[in-house]
Design a protein around this ligand. Structure first.
Ligand code: AMP
Length: 216
């Protein structure tokens, strides 16, 4: 199965994508993670990406479409993939349509995470990930079982995203409303759009996704 998770920053897309990968082998394709890896590499593109991301803006559509075009044809994606953070503009959605039609890949569902925007700032500002395996945690909603130790790999170092600062979060929410939310009617018209309650707890959101995908 190939799906898109669509929702504002902090709505829980990454958490659910990680679970789908763990349980169903659907590869998590997070464009944000790919860009953070590019930033860490220190390349020219990485330097450009860092400035764009720290301002809460979006990278150009052609760059993102190029990244995804290469990724979805990789052998590991044959089992299925979850697009997490892509598409983010109508132009990206249209580019994805063309790409998958050409490669004869089917998009099974686009799942919208419905959330209360006011709660997102708290959600975003508390999140952190394991520096080694990338498992996601939250100061309040998803703590490690043992303080300071990753549940998954036992590592003791964690990181926080520089664009998760409160001043950047509002800019990212505005960008979502202006540039990403207009994708919703695009997919509604195709009959593939479904929704989950992104304010429910992690297990409940996962259950709702399972119901949509017929895997629950
Ligand atoms: P995310 O981890 O999905 O919240 O993405 C972090 C940042 O990476 C975003 O705020 C954007 O600056 C950039 N980014 C991620 N995905 C895309 C995309 N599909 N199009 C443009 N910019 C993106």
């Amino acid at each position: 199965m190939n799906i898109v998770l669509l929702g504002p920053p902090g709505s829980g897309k990454g958490t659910q994508a990680q679970r789908l990968e763990r349980d169903l082998g659907m590869v998590q394709l997070s464009t944000g993670e790919m860009l953070r890896a590019t930033v860490a590499s220190g390349s020219e593109l990485g330097k450009r990406a860092k400035a764009v991301m720290d301002a809460g803006n979006l990278m150009p559509d052609d760059v993102m479409l190029g990244i995804i075009a290469d990724r979805i044809v990789a052998p590991d994606c044959a089992k299925g993939f979850t697009l997490d953070g892509f598409p983010r503009t109508v132009a990206q959605a249209e580019g994805l349509d063309n790409m998958i039609a050409e490669k004869q890949i089917r998009l099974d569902a686009v799942i919208e995470f419905k959330v209360d925007e006011a709660a997102l700032v708290e959600r975003i500002s508390g999140r952190f990930t394991c520096a080694k395996c990338g498992a996601g945690y939250h100061d309040k909603f998803q703590r490690t079982a043992t303080e300071g130790i990753c549940d998954i790999c036992g590592a003791t170092e964690f990181k926080r995203r520089t664009d998760d600062r409160a001043e950047t979060v509002q800019a990212r929410l505005d960008v979502y409303n202006e540039q990403t939310a207009p994708i919703l009617p695009h997919y509604a018209a195709k009959g593939v759009l479904r929704a989950v309650d992104g304010m429910a707890d992690i297990d409940e959101v996962y259950r709702q996704i399972g119901e949509i995908l017929g895997t629950g």
